[in-house]
Ligand binder design. Sequence first.
Ligand code: AMP
Ligand code: ZN
Length: 137
Amino acid sequence: MSDCIFCKIAAGEIPSNTVYENENLRVILDISPANPGHCLVLPKSHAGNIFEIEENLLKEAFAAAKKTASALKLSGLADGVNILQNNGEIAGQTVNHFHIHVIPRKEGDKVTLKHEGVKLSSEEMDHVGEAVKKALN
Ligand code: AMP
Ligand code: ZN
């Protein structure tokens, strides 16, 4: 997509700190990292989000996220890793090109990804379970 910054970065038209690249994707350092080593997996072909991306490319992107997570551990930058993938403005997506965050974690770091649980009655749990089941099957 001509006006998409991640298309341009993935294609190498805009410089990035690339840590891995193959025919279909590029892994770069996030410009504003949650922790040192925070990486982004960028497919080279444009899909806005998880709803749009083709399944084989999705699998390849998550395989690259796994590889990156292992590399972060091996390099000593991470003791644990969060995989984060935002879809839609309401979910915190700011760049409208599918990407996977691989966030290295260390004891005592300042990263916060925790949520407070919402309380649902067992009827509400059953209701939402049924709604999801119906949509999935
Ligand atoms: P999201 O909020 O999931 O859309 O994440 C977008 C991420 O892209 C943020 O963590 C930004 O710091 C990162 N980002 C934006 N522009 C660049 C860039 N030019 N190079 C590297 N990372 C970027
Ligand atoms: Zn794009």
